[in-house]
Design a protein around this ligand. Structure first.
Ligand code: ADP
Ligand code: ASP
Ligand code: MG
Length: 914
C-alpha cells in the first residue's frame, strides 16, 4: 500500500515535470520529501493513470528512502540545541495577509535579538478558507474550482512579485506552479470521484502554509539573515484520534526534528504551521486554526524560552471583542484559564496550544502585530501576581460562547440508582462519534442532560433511542428529548467557583436580562461555570454577564426626561464632567436616552453629549415614555439605571412608583410627586425604603442648596425639627430685597421679569403656589402628614387680576395696586422691619403656611441680596440659633448642579469611591 501511494505521489510530479522548469533540490524541497499521498486514492477513476510510469516513480521513491537512511546514520553526531536560547514566534493569517505585512513580519523577526528563533506561520489570510472551498467545489463537481485555484495561484504569484526578485522569485514561482499543478490534478481526481477523504483534504488545504513559510523565509534571507524554512510535515508526527483531533507524538517528532536540524542547522527557522504527518508519513493537519498548536509543539520540542503568538488583537479579551465592545484585555492568564477560554470559544487561541507548553512551563504571549505598543496577554503557570494594577485575582477572567449546540435530555425515574446508566448513555454517544461539550446531571438522577454540536444531535438521539428502546418501552425512561438551537456561555476564572457569590452574581445578571437558563454545569476544576441558553439569547447574555463583572459597579445608564432649560444644562454639565468622573472616581455615567414631550433620542452605547442637541434633531424619534424607559433600563448591560425627570409634569411624576418597583433609580427637581396627593407620596416613600432603589430630589427645594440633605442629616442623627422657615422663591426674594421704597412694587416686578427672574407670567411666582409645594415637601420630609391644601398660601396677585388673560395685561394693570403694597411696606419700615415672602413649617403644631411677613432689619432674612434663598432650621439641637442655609436657590445652573449632585450621591450609594 505504501508503495502504491508513493506511486501516486510521484505520478503527479511526473505530470508537472513536463510543464515546469527544473528546481533546485534542497533538504526541504518537495523533491526530496518522502510523503505518501493519502491512502485510498481512486486510481482507477483518474484519467492520469494512463500516463503513469511506475518504474520511474519507484526509482524516485527509492532515492528518497536512501537519503532517509543516510541521515539516520549521521544523526548521532547531531546535537540539537534546546532551551532558553530559542524564541518561538507564531504569525497568524492576518499577520502575513499581504506583501507589506510579510515584510513587517520579517522586520519583527529581525529585530528580535534572541540567539535562536523558530517562526511558525499560518497561511496568508483567507487562503485556508479558499483551499477548503476548492475541495468543496471539486467534490460537488462544480467546475469553478479551476478558477478558484487560479485565484489562489494569483494571490501568491502577485505577493511573490511584490516581495522577491531574481533567482528567489524564479525558484519560489517554480515551486508554486509545481504545487498548483499537482493540486489541479488532485482536485480533478476529487471532482471525478465526487468524494474526498480527510487525508486528501488535509493534503490540499495545507498548501497555504507551505507557500507563506517559503515567502517569508525568502524575505528574511533578503534582509541578510541566514534562515531555513521547514516543511513541518517532515518533523511533526501526529496520531489522528477519533474526535477530529490529532495527538502529537513528541518522541518521534523530536527524533525527526534532530534529523531535520542536522541537515539544516540554522539560527532562524521559518516553519509551516498547521501541517504535520501521520506516523505513516501521510500529510495531515492539526485541524482548523491549528498553527497556534504547531507553535506550542515547536516550543516544547525546543524547550523554548517563550512562544509569542502574533495576531490582530491586543491579546486575550475578557470576551470576544466582536461581540462585546466593552471587553478588556486580560494582561495575564493561567494556563488553565486560557485553556478554558479557548475551549469555550475564544478563538484567539487554539485550545490545544496550552498542553505542550505547560509541560515545560513555557509562557505564551499573545500580541498584536498591528499595535506593537500593546504588551499583550501573558499565559503562564501562576496568574495571581499583579500586573500594572490589574487585579489578577478577580474571580472571573473572561466569558466565551459556543453556538450551534443542542441539548439532549435523557430522563426517567428508572435511572435513579441504576449503575451504568451514564456509561450506557455516553457509550452510545461515543459510538456515533459525537463530541460531548458539557454534561449536567441532577443529583436525584432523574435526568442526564448534555450538549453536543447541533449537527451531531440527530445521530445521538437515534443512537440513544435504539440503545434504550427497552427502557423507554417499559417506562423506566420517560424520554430522550432534544432541545435544538442552544448555545453555551462559559464564565472562566481560576478562583471563580471557590469565591462565594460569583455564581449568584452571574445568574442574577442573566435573570435581570430576562434570560432563561436551560442547563448548568460547574466542573470540579472550579475554573469554569457553564450555562446553556437559547441561541438567540446568547449575545445578550454574554453582554449582560460581562458588564456585570467588568463594568465599574458605578456605571449608570441614565435617561434624561425633559431637555428644557434645566435638563439641557444638566446634559452640558454631564458632558463637561464625565471624563473626570470616569478617570478619577470610576463613575461611568452613560446617557442612554433623552426624551422631550415630542421627540426622543435613544442610544445603545451612550449618547455623545457634545452633540446631543443636533443628534436629538437629526435622529430623534417620536417620544414614547414607556419605550424610553424600556430602552434605558432594558439594555441589561449596565448594572444600574437612573431616570432623571427634569420636567414639571405630574404625569411623569406619577411613573416614579412603577420605576422604583422595577429597580430604576429616580432623580428629579420636579416637585409634583412629593407635593402631590399624600397617599401616593407615602406609598412612594415606603417603596423607596423597602427597596435598595434610590429616589433623590434635592433640587426640588432651594435648587442646588443642601436643604433636603441637611434636613435628613438632622433627622437621621436624632434631632427633632421644631420649625423650618425660609425664603424659598428666588423671584420673590429678589422682588422684596429690591422693594426698598425707591421704586414702586410693579416697577420692581417689571424689573425682575426683565432680568429673567420670573416665570414668563409673573403671577406664577406671585401666587405663591410654588413656595407652597416646597413647604409641603419639607413638612412631609419632617414627618408631617399634610396635603398641599392644608397649607394656606397668601397670594400676591391682586384678586381682580387673577383672571386677566395675558401676562402683558397683568403687568399693565399691576400698577393700580401699587398703593396697597406701598402702604404695607411703609408700615413695616416705620416699625424698623422689612417685608419678606416666606414659607413656614411649624412642626410643633403640625402646620404650614406661606405668607408675607415682617422681619426686623437685624434678622438674617432682612440681610438678603439678589435672588438668594435662605432657610432656617430650628431644632432641639439648634434651638437658640437656627441652622441657616443660604445661597442662590434658583436658576438653571444651580438647579442642574443640584440634580447632578444627586446623580453622584446615587453613584456613591452604589459604591463609588469617596
Ligand atoms: P489568527 O489568524 O491570527 O490566528 P484568529 O482569527 O484565529 O487569528 O484569532 C484572533 C481573533 O479571535 C480576533 O480577531 C478576535 O476577533 C477573536 N476572538 C474571539 N474571542 C476573543 C477573545 N476573548 N480575545 C481576543 N480575541 C478573540
Ligand atoms: N491556516 C489554518 C487555518 O486557517 C491554520 C491557522 O491559521 O491557524 O485554519
Ligand atoms: Mg488563530
Amino acid at each position: 500500500m505504501a508503495a502504491f501511494s508513493a506511486t501516486i505521489s510521484d505520478s503527479s510530479r511526473f505530470l508537472s515535470s513536463t510543464s515546469l522548469p527544473k528546481r533546485k533540490i534542497s533538504a526541504s524541497s518537495p523533491r526530496c520529501r518522502s510523503f505518501s499521498l493519502p491512502k485510498p486514492f481512486p486510481l482507477s477513476r483518474l484519467n492520469i493513470c494512463s500516463r503513469l510510469e511506475r518504474g520511474k516513480s519507484f526509482t524516485i521513491c527509492a532515492q528518497a528512502s536512501v537519503s532517509d537512511i543516510s541521515v539516520e546514520k549521521s544523526m548521532d553526531k547531531v546535537n540539537l540545541p534546546k532551551g532558553d536560547m530559542w524564541a518561538v514566534h507564531k504569525f497568524g493569517g492576518t499577520c502575513v495577509g499581504t506583501s507589506q505585512r510579510i515584510k513587517n513580519v520579517a522586520d519583527i523577526i529581525i529585530s528580535d535579538d534572541s540567539e535562536r528563533k523558530l517562526v511558525v506561520v499560518s497561511a496568508m489570510s483567507k487562503v485556508t478558507d479558499m483551499m477548503y472551498d476548492l475541495i468543496n467545489k471539486a467534490q460537488s463537481r462544480d467546475d469553478s474550482y479551476v478558477s478558484s485555484l487560479d485565484a489562489v495561484l494569483e494571490k501568491h504569484n502577485s505577493t511573490a512579485l511584490d516581495l522577491l526578485e531574481g533567482d528567489d522569485l524564479a525558484s519560489f514561482l517554480s515551486e508554486l506552479h509545481h504545487d498548483v499543478s499537482n493540486l489541479k490534478a488532485m482536485l480533478r481526481a476529487i471532482y471525478i470521484a465526487g468524494h474526498v477523504t480527510e487525508s486528501f483534504s488535509d493534503f490540499v488545504v495545507g498548501h497555504g502554509e507551505l507557500w507563506s513559510a517559503q515567502l517569508l523565509s525568502y524575505v528574511v534571507r533578503k534582509n541578510g539573515l541566514d534562515c531555513k524554512w521547514m516543511d513541518t510535515r517532515e518533523v511533526l508526527i501526529v496520531n489522528p484520534t477519533s474526535s477530529n483531533q490529532v495527538d502529537p507524538d513528541f518522541l518521534e517528532s523530536e527524533r525527526k526534528l534532530e534529523k531535520w536540524f542536522s541537515q539544516n542547522p540554522s539560527k532562524i527557522i521559518i516553519a509551516t504551521g498547521f501541517i504535520a504527518s501521520t506516523p505513516q508519513n501521510i500529510p495531515t493537519t492539526l485541524k482548523r486554526d491549528g498553527s497556534d498548536f504547531s507553535a506550542a509543539i515547536m516550543g516544547a520540542l525546543f524547550r523554548a524560552r517563550q512562544v509569542t503568538i502574533w495576531t490582530d488583537v491586543d491579546g486575550v479579551y475578557s470576551a470576544d471583542p466582536r461581540k462585546v465592545s466593552e471587553a478588556v484585555i486580560l494582561r495575564k492568564l493561567s494556563y488553565q484559564e486560557a485553556w478554558e477560554m479557548s475551549y469555550f470559544g475564544a478563538n484567539v487561541l487554539h485550545p490545544r496550544t496550552i498542553i505542550p507548553v505547560m509541560r515545560y512551563d513555557i509562557p505564551i504571549v499573545i500580541r498584536n502585530i498591528f499595535n506593537l505598543s500593546a504588551p499583550g496577554t501573558k499565559i503562564c503557570r501562576s496568574a495571581s501576581e499583579d500586573v500594572d494594577g490589574q487585579n489578577l485575582d478577580s474571580p472571573v477572567k473572561g466569558f466565551a460562547t459556543i453556538d450551534n449546540l443542542a441539548l439532549v435530555n435523557v430522563e426517567g425515574t428508572g435511572m435513579a440508582g441504576v449503575p451504568g446508566t451514564a456509561s450506557a448513555i455516553f457509550g452510545a454517544v461515543k459510538d456515533v462519534g459525537a463530541n460531548v461539550i458539557m454534561i449536567s446531571q441532577a443529583s436525584s438522577e432523574h435526568s442526564v442532560c448534555f450538549a453536543v454540536p447541533e449537527k451531531e444531535v440527530k445521530a445521538v438521539a437515534e443512537a440513544l433511542q435504539s440503545r434504550f428502546r427497552q427502557a423507554l418501552d417499559a417506562g423506566r425512561l420517560s424520554q430522550v428529548a432534544v432541545i435544538p438551537n442552544c448555545s453555551i456561555l462559559a464564565a472562566v476564572g481560576q478562583k471563580m467557583a471557590s469565591t462565594p457569590g460569583v455564581s449568584a452574581t452571574l445568574f442574577n445578571a442573566l435573570a435581570k436580562a430576562n434570560i432563561n437558563i436551560r442547563a448548568i454545569a460547574q466542573g470540579c476544576s472550579e475554573y469554569n461555570i457553564t450555562v446553556v441558553l437559547k441561541r438567540e439569547d446568547c449575545i445578550r447574555a454574554l453582554r449582560a454577564v460581562h458588564s456585570r463583572f467588568y463594568l465599574s459597579r458605578t456605571t449608570i445608564a441614565i435617561g434624561i426626561i425633559g431637555p428644557g432649560l434645566i435638563g439641557a444644562t444638566l446634559l452640558d454639565q454631564l458632558r463637561d464632567q464625565a471624563a473626570v468622573l470616569k478617570e478619577e472616581f470610576n463613575i461611568d455615567l452613560r446617557v442612554m436616552g433623552i426624551t422631550g414631550s415630542r421627540t426622543m433620542l435613544l442610544s445603545e452605547v451612550g449618547i455623545d453629549l457634545s452633540r446631543w442637541r443636533e443628534l436629538l434633531k437629526q435622529k430623534g424619534q417620536v417620544a414614547d415614555l414607556e419605550k424610553f424607559t424600556q430602552h434605558v433600563h432594558g439594555n441589561h448591560f449596565i448594572p444600574n439605571t437612573a431616570l432623571v425627570d427634569c420636567t414639571a409634569d405630574s404625569n411623569v411624576a406619577s411613573c416614579y412608583h412603577d420605576w422604583l418597583r422595577k429597580g430604576i433609580n429616580v432623580i428629579t427637581p420636579n416637585k409634583k410627586a412629593n407635593s402631590g396627593p399624600l397617599d401616593k407620596y407615602l406609598k412612594l416613600r415606603a417603596l423607596q425604603r423597602q427597596s435598595y432603589t434610590h429616589y433623590f430630589y434635592e433640587a426640588t427645594v432651594g435648587a442646588g442648596l443642601p436643604i433636603i440633605s441637611t434636613l435628613r442629616g438632622l433627622l437621621e442623627t436624632g434631632d427633632r425639627i421644631l420649625r423650618i422657615e425660609g425664603i424659598f422663591s428666588g423671584t420673590l426674594s429678589y422682588i422684596f430685597n429690591n422693594f426698598t421704597g425707591t421704586r414702586t412694587f410693579s416697577e420692581v416686578v417689571a424689573e425682575a421679569k426683565e432680568a429673567g427672574y420670573t416665570e414668563p407670567d409673573p403671577r406664577d411666582d406671585l401666587s405663591g403656589t410654588d413656595v407652597g409645594r416646597k413647604v409641603i415637601i419639607l413638612a412631609r420630609e419632617s414627618g408631617l402628614k399634610l396635603e398641599l391644601s392644608d397649607i394656606p398660601v397668601q397670594t400676591l396677585v391682586p384678586e381682580p387680576l387673577r383672571a386677566t388673560e395675558s401676562a402683558e395685561d397683568f403687568m399693565k394693570q399691576l400698577p393700580q395696586f401699587d398703593t396697597d403694597m406701598a402702604k404695607e411696606r411703609q408700615d413695616a419700615e416705620e416699625s424698623g422691619e422689612v417685608l419678606r415672602y416666606v414659607g413656614v413649617v411649624d412642626a410643633i403644631n403640625q402646620k404650614g403656611v406661606v405668607e408675607l411677613r415682617r422681619y426686623s432689619k437685624s434678622h438674617p432674612f432682612a440681610q438678603l441680596s439678589g435672588s438668594d434663598n435662605i432657610i432656617a432650621f430650628t431644632t432641639t439641637r439648634y434651638k437658640d440659633q437656627p441652622l441657616i442655609v443660604r445661597g442662590p436657590g434658583a436658576g438653571a445652573q444651580v438647579t442642574a448642579g443640584g440634580v447632578f449632585s444627586d446623580i453622584l450621591r446615587l453613584a456613591s450609594y452604589l459604591g463609588a469611591p469617596s
